[in-house]
Design a protein. Sequence first.
Length: 118
Amino acid sequence: MTHAETTARKPRRMAREPLDAVIAADAGGTDASVEADQQVAQPTLDPSPPAEPKRQSKQNLVIELLRRKDGALLTELVEATGWLPHTARAALTGLKKKGHKLVATKIDKVTRYTIASE
């Protein structure tokens, strides 16, 4: 064996190499045969909604509380989510950044937060 034979390796695959080229190189086929296989193997997209309901997240819970007629107090948000008060306030700021119109009404030194109807 020569030095060239012992150091010769299979060319490395790059991270961004197209998948069909990799499959064709491994199979020894051509890109056309891979494309034909991919056309047959394409799954049909079902437009019906998923059977399971969407997972209830704490952020969705906060939005539900804020959409109530009376809105929610900070203490109610803290109790419902288990967050600390500064985390609940940060969630309100995050909702504002996402485009929700929040209204804060202060009555007797207590602030009630609601989402304005759009």
